[in-house]
Write a protein that binds this ligand. Sequence first.
Ligand code: CA
Ligand code: CA
Length: 136
Amino acid sequence: MKKYILTLVLMLCGLAANADYGYLKFTTTCGKESTIATGGLKITFADGMAVATAGGDSQSFTLAELATMLFTNDAVISYSIYDVNRDTSVDVGDVNKVLEVILANGTDTTADVNNDDAIDVGDVNAILGHILGANE
Ligand SMILES: [Ca+2]
Ligand SMILES: [Ca+2]
């Protein structure tokens, strides 16, 4: 067989039943964390990739970037880059948060929405563009 494929199906809800962990947490070599629910979790390793699916959620990592996988009860909440005030919605509150940072000469990097190392009207425009559907 030319292609070596290792498929590892873990019924992690069964493996984790005694501990009753709700999530499997992945940490990448650059420190990014994410979690996936353990209910119905299936992990496949193939072609240098690890793909975890559970319900409608799917996450994939190259094996080279994957540093750790561990069970936890705490989900990592990932926010949209436009959700500057971290309230899980993108709206005028996020524009106001950027304006607050600008007026305070703040350095809160979450306000640098367009990731240009400056907190300015470009970040306000990025949020407004997202709200109006121009960016996604
Ligand atoms: Ca928000
Ligand atoms: Ca910026």
